[in-house]
Write a protein that binds this ligand. Sequence first.
Ligand SMILES: [Zn+2]
Length: 352
Amino acid sequence: MKTTIEKIPGDTEGVTYEVTVFRFKGTSRSAPTAYIQAALHAGELPGVVAVHALMPMLRAAEAEGRIAGDITIVPAANPIGRAQYHFGEVQGRFHLGTRTNFNRDFPLIGRPDASALPPLNPASTADTRLKRLLVGLSMGHDIVLDLHCDDEGVPYLYIPAQLWPAMKDCAAAMGVDAVILWDGPSGAAFEEAAIHPYRGMAPEKAGFDRRVVTTVELRGLSDVESSYAKSDAEGIYRLLAVRGVIADEKAAKAKRFTGIAAPIGNVEMIAMPRAGAILFHVQPGQRVRKGAKLATIVHTPGEPDGAIEVRAPQSGYILTRISRRSGRAGDDIIKLIGEVRSAKPKAGALED
Ligand SMILES: [Zn+2]
């Protein structure tokens, strides 16, 4: 395994960011290759600790000559966001200098070749340099995993619709509870940048059956636990074994995916009708019927009619909820995967 440190010049003199990259060399040229990055949204650490738990497993596989395909790992993909502390809290979702989401505006290129990336100019901001670096590092890998987390939620995957159901084995290997299938533009999220070069190709040439591209949502922000880190590392390792990046017959045994898979248009973003305090009546992983009480918003405390109920617009499955217990009118507080298409469908990307 080789370690390299990539440097990104900051937007002011005397500031440089460092991105650590681990590379395992595979023994077979025909085996699929994998790229894994964590914490593109810099405060989302379940993936970071999962990668930390995965590394000893990969080192052991390397020592035994069982790494067939090249593996590139970026354990902490966003040192810029990681350094953005305001009032004691990390602000790792948006670049403060440009107000751009770190998981948007990635370069979309027409062929899977890092040399097709647009050139940087001296005026490019640090976040743009970081995005170019990450796309360049991932380009050409058959398997691309972008490890994120939600606010409070079950483990779930975003997957480009073209790769489903071929990626059912991956969802099963990782043991996720749900899969959201998306199509169309996402605002150039990293996942879109990873699949984009293949979209214009004929299916045989694009090799969709061998390709894995996904944004992995490893539960919620606070789910940074040793037990989850271990089970998530085992899930990623199983995926690598199932797809032949690592030789491990036991781990490669096929599992069945028993979770929910739905198009992104079925997701109901449940918004607050009024500002106030949130009393949730449901939690992620729960199934609800149409009309079920999801939350009570206390908007005028102390008054007899000071609270309003939020109900399920259709039957479905609670995927996530926010971790705060206060909000403004219009704030989304729950993602519900409906049984049918939402009356107000979201296209491309939800939040990550
Ligand atoms: Zn994220």
